[in-house]
Design a protein around this ligand. Structure first.
Ligand code: C2E
Ligand code: MG
Ligand code: MG
Ligand code: MG
Length: 288
């Protein structure tokens, strides 16, 4: 109900006030003494190339709230609250900053994808704010992918168009999330230059059950290819789906079959190999 949402909103405001100010310097007593409702964390789910052995091409940042009393909350339970309560900008930029800092340490040919709410995109200087985060973190713009939903574009105002244009002019990648669940229409893809489409997992889950899942995905992939747009299939849970989607020509695959979203410390695939010294290095004169 209304009341429960208001409570959650106020708690989230506290978390953001504490957490996002953190590394900037010593906390004022006023902040330190505020009630503790836990903290936000960014989880990462890898995305894999559909060709050449399914190596990881990047990872998507997915926010979690480790609540001190309610446990680990998924975004569905608090993103709408943040949007409604005017907190989505603070939350979104905190996630963006964390994600860019993390990705700096991954291989050069990988990307980090960050979800963007429609409300964030409506800010006239959203692009400049994103550039500032990139500069501060040192992440090359081409390694950042921003995931928008169709509803961001539906609003069809020219501000959103110019923000996207500005982002792309610096080399930031734009992808369309949950594709197929909204009012997809070709004109969107033509008007807004999009780099990637993420095929919603509701289509992927039809594979192997109903014939039209394959037909729909095949059509999306064919269309995207002709427009020079990459395609990521979301929600890949089985080997059968992986093989089928790769055969259909999706460029990338994402889902529990490869990995669930994990905390940064458990994201092993982008870690530089531990120094081999000591264990594997054999001194030349030791080899008889
Ligand atoms: P999304 O961007 O479409 O992210 C994919 C969601 O599908 C994630 O849920 C992920 O955990 C889940 N998923 C991935 N692979 C599979 C699979 O194989 N099977 C199933 N059943 N699910 C899978 P999550 O993490 O709960 O996030 C839900 C949504 O919340 C996201 O959907 C995104 O729209 C939103 N979200 C997450 N983080 C942020 C954020 O930092 N900012 C904003 N604005 N929205 C966010
Ligand atoms: Mg997404
Ligand atoms: Mg999605
Ligand atoms: Mg989805």
């Amino acid at each position: 109900g209304r009341n429960a949402r208001d409570i959650l909103k106020n708690e989230l405001r506290e978390v953001l006030a504490k957490g996002t100010a953190s590394s900037a310097g010593p906390r004022s007593d006023a902040i330190a003494n505020r009630p503790d409702f836990g903290s936000l964390e960014v989880y990462y789910q890898t995305v894999h190339r559909a060709e050449g052995g399914y190596s990881a091409s990047g990872a998507e940042a997915l926010v979690r709230w480790r609540h001190s009393q309610r446990g680990l909350l998924t975004p569905a339970s608090f993103i709408p609250v943040a949007e409604e309560g005017g907190l989505i900008d603070a939350l979104g930029f905190w996630v963006l900053r964390e994600a860019c800092r993390a990705a700096c340490k991954w291989p050069d040919d990988t990307f980090v994808a960050v979800n963007v709410s429609p409300a964030q995109l409506r800010r006239p200087n959203f692009a400049e704010e994103v550039f500032a985060v990139l500069e501060e973190s040192g992440l090359p713009p081409s390694r950042l992918e921003l995931e928008l939903t169709e509803s961001s574009l539906i609003e069809d105002n020219s501000d959103v168009y110019s923000v996207l244009k500005s982002l792309r002019s610096r080399g930031i990648q734009i992808s369309l999330d949950d594709f197929g669940t909204g009012f997809s229409c070709l004109s969107h893809l033509m008007r807004f230059d999009i780099d990637r489409i993420k095929i919603d997992r509701s289509f992927v889950s039809l594979l192997g059950t109903k014939a039209n899942g394959a037909a729909i995905i095949g059509a999306i992939v064919a269309l995207s290819r002709n427009l020079g747009i990459s395609t990521t299939a979301e929600g890949v849970e089985t080997e059968y789906q992986r093989d089928f989607l790769a055969a259909l020509g999706c460029t990338d695959l994402q889902g529990y079959f490869f990995s669930k979203p994990v905390p940064l410390r458990e994201l092993d695939c982008f870690r530089e190999p531990e120094s081999a010294a000591g264990s594997l290095t054999i001194a030349p004169d030791a080899v008889a």
